[in-house]
Design a protein around this ligand. Sequence first.
Ligand SMILES: C[S@@+](CC[C@H](N)C(=O)[O-])C[C@H]1O[C@@H](n2cnc3c(N)ncnc32)[C@H](O)[C@@H]1O
Length: 223
Amino acid sequence: MAAPDPAKEARRLAAASLARDDPTGWFERLYTAAEAGEAALPWDRGTPQKLVATWAHHHRARGEGQRALVVGCGLGRDAELVVQLGYGTVAFDVSPTAISTARKRFPDSSVDYRVADLLAPPHEWIQEFDLVVESMTVQSLPEPPRANAILNVGRFVGVGGTLLVVAAARLSSNDSSAGPPWPLSRHEVDLFAASGLEPVHVQQIPDADDGAVHRWLAEFRRM
Ligand SMILES: C[S@@+](CC[C@H](N)C(=O)[O-])C[C@H]1O[C@@H](n2cnc3c(N)ncnc32)[C@H](O)[C@@H]1O
């Protein structure tokens, strides 16, 4: 029998979770099934998200003496890139199994992997970070609670700090409710600035592997 399509399996679990009014519960179910070898994670690519890696390369990002936060870090692919840039890095995910798997995958890492919920984050993280990386977390949440999640991401950025956002872009061809992912509109990308950030640039980029998919690459700063 053919292996189930990972994206379809994620949608099936998400739909069951949403029917119980629980927009995040399916992540832990999927990570647990993946850990048991019973499912595959559509986003487990083993390498950093390409746009995040390219941004870091082009900006020659160096983080010595600075702190970074990676939102919805999953299995740690972007957190491990960010820590190698020199940032003291905290990375969090709502799924305890994602966090324990990331720690097992990178046993020598100095990333501080934590279980936390973007919808109710620790108060001490507010305006605390020089770099905040949000790659593909908000797109995996429907509205509600998406707007709340977007606002909370922006609040982590300290004065002088940068927020980097990578997310699927809503196009007329994918404007449907059949997520996850639920691609972001331009208005939703602009909302990341609502806690007082300034947009540095907002770009929509066709995916290198699938031209039908476009992604937002957006950078904000707290002046
Ligand atoms: C599509 S996956 C992307 C994972 C990772 N950013 C990557 O690119 O490999 C979305 C991630 O966001 C996490 N997530 C979803 N809602 C969250 C929340 N409210 N708080 C923290 N993490 C959340 C999920 O558990 C999942 O790991």
